[in-house]
Design a protein around this ligand. Sequence first.
Ligand code: PMP
Length: 304
Amino acid sequence: MFEGVEEIWMDGEFVDFEDAQIHVLTHALHYGTGVFEGVRCYDTDQGPAIFRWEEHLDRLFNSAEVYDIDIPYTKAELDEATRELIDREGLDSGYIRPIAFYGYGPLGLNPKASPVQVALAVWPWGAYLGDEALEEGVDVAVSSWRKYSSSQIPTNAKTTGTYVNSVLASLEAKGNGYEEAIVLNKEGNVAEGPGENLFMVRDGEIHTTGLAESILDGITRRTVIELAKEMGYTVHDDATISRGELYTADELFFSGTAAEITPIRSVDDNEIGAGTKGPVTDEIQTRFFEVVEEGQPDEWFTPV
Ligand code: PMP
């Protein structure tokens, strides 16, 4: 995955890939006290540009605030460092991973005595679930692991430690021969995928689970909602979706920075629609890829 990556930006400097190291007694390694982002840079008609970068930076800083992580750089400094890193790596398109975490310090649960470390990495990354998945859709299974509730751990923060929940769901799904999982929340309604939000099409209208269902406020989710409305669809963005409704949906798809727009062709071996990418999903996916190819509207793209 990281073949050819030459440099990482770490704590204010560009360092060689091999030298981007941390101590084994790093606070975040033991307690998951880090926050991160996943962002894409697209090779648009206007040149390489970062998709909805400001919103990703805002989410990073908001996630950090939840854990009292004082990021010792401004958004403008991280923006500049990221654009320079993309340039130095010679990337036209790829994935960007900013991370901020409590570093090496005393190993108590109060992290405040540990320094905050920040790193940025970029690398080429194609379709997360594969090119075929974008065309044909994925077979998914409802996980036996539930999504933690926002009353237990803030679900609006993208926190390293909480991704063990997603890892468990992924391991289970893949172990049982499925490509991805759908995770239900504490109430037993649909939350999201391990790294994706979920959309359902029924009777020509679009539904996505609401923020109150213990989901991450996905930036691709916001994009889909905006594009679908522009395209004239009725969008219910605060839906409660039950497991049974998944089985009888006309269409289902995932949205996410890594997964982009990935159709779901079956859930728990129940075929969804015709068992391939549905027409509404196709239309939204086509529009999404058109947007990132054109690099328009301007306010969604930061040129490198
Ligand atoms: N939910 C979870 C749990 C995720 O990890 C992600 C990926 N960041 C998403 C949803 C989708 O969010 P976004 O569209 O901002 O990538």
